[in-house]
Design a binder for this molecule. Structure first.
Ligand code: CP
Ligand code: NVA
Length: 330
């Protein structure tokens, strides 16, 4: 397997074997790090991290992973570069491509990261767009493999806003790996028809399936994994909160949803999560709408089923694997 010089923009571009390879490489790099075995094989290389939206996990993962691989990273924050305001993406790509060996982009439309990749001449990694969040997928699959011991015969249930970056990416990844993917949500939040059709075609080849349902009982029955994400994503207007809460509260991940799942089913979330009142947005929503927890109850979030912090740690190991594979090869 050699992924050198490839972009990492969305998992639709990767084969099931390539995805499994990146998961296994993440596990190997994780083990090496735990054992104190250095893997700074990319010494002297430079990467640029473009963030047009905020981040904790993704930014820190790229920075720590780059350092572990011997690289230096430059962070460009949402406000202080020329990107988009004074300089086009194509021009930015051609400038950064002269200075850096790889470029991460987090921002808005998928077409922006695709354009960056078209012009950069070096590998470009998608650190989240409105449509996809592919580095999160490798971390999530590593976490499932660690917790459930396999990456096959998984009934994977996604609750909440299934038509945005997390729902889309998970549906694609599950289809590629032959999982039974269920989007369990209000019909308004089902993934877009074209992507569902594409994923059904892929699932037809891998032995997986795609189900869309608005029944929590049917959706969560026999689940191995129940996954959710915030109801309002970065870049969406504040005005959508009221409708989202009304539409998605029935699809909150709570003890009732888990009562239909398998006994050893796990809870996953890409984070950050609104499960208590310890955030300013959480407090604001509480004042305006009276909710003290949103997409997941604090009970589930803090339970033994919840693997969210292992999942967060795995972001670093898997982002390291993506950079290693595309810059170093095997
Ligand atoms: N899960 C995730 O991408 O987190 P950040 O927004 O903190 O990077
Ligand atoms: N759907 C979320 C994911 C955050 C990691 C967002 O786009 O804000």
């Amino acid at each position: 397997m050699n992924l050198k010089d490839r972009n990492f923009l969305k998992l639709l571009d990767y084969t099931p074997d390539e995805i499994r390879y990146l998961v296994d490489l993440s596990a190997r790099l994780k083990e090496e790090k735990k054992k104190g075995i250095a893997h700074d094989v990319l010494r002297g290389k430079q990467i640029a991290l473009i963030f047009e939206k905020t981040s904790t996990r993704t930014r820190c993962s790229f920075e720590v992973a780059a350092h572990d691989l011997g690289m230096h990273a430059t962070y460009l924050d949402p406000a202080s570069s020329q990107i988009g305001k004074k300089e086009s993406i194509a021009d930015t790509a051609r400038v950064l491509g002269r200075m850096y060996d790889g470029i991460e982009y987090r921002g808005f439309g998928q077409e922006i990261v695709e354009k960056l990749a078209e012009h950069a001449g070096v590998p470009v990694w998608n650190g989240l767009t409105n449509e996809f969040h592919p580095t999160q997928m490798i971390a999530d699959m590593l976490t499932i493999k660690e917790k459930l011991g396999r990456l096959e015969n998984i009934r994977f249930v996604y609750m909440g806003d299934a038509r945005y970056n997390m729902g889309n990416s998970l549906m694609v990844t599950c289809a590629k790996l032959g999982f039974d993917f269920v989007a369990c949500t209000n019909q308004k939040y089902f993934p877009e028809d074209g992507l569902v059709e594409t994923c059904r075609k892929i699932a037809g080849e891998t032995g997986g399936s795609i189900t869309l349902t608005d029944s929590v009982e049917d959706g969560c029955r026999d689940a191995d994994v129940i996954y959710t994400d915030v109801w309002v994503s970065m870049g969406e207007p504040d005005a959508v909160w009221k409708e989202r809460i009304q539409d998605l509260l029935p699809y909150q991940v709570n003890a009732k949803a888990f009562s239909y799942a398998k006994e050893n089913a796990i809870f996953m979330h890409c984070l950050p999560a609104f499960h208590d009142l310890e955030t300013s947005i959480g407090k604001d929503v509480h004042e305006r709408f009276g909710l003290s927890e949103m997409e997941v109850t604090d009970e589930v979030f803090e339970s033994a089923r919840s693997v969210v912090f292992d999942e967060a740690e795995n972001r670093m190991h898997s982002i390291k694997a993506v950079m290693y594979a595309t810059l170093h090869g095997e």
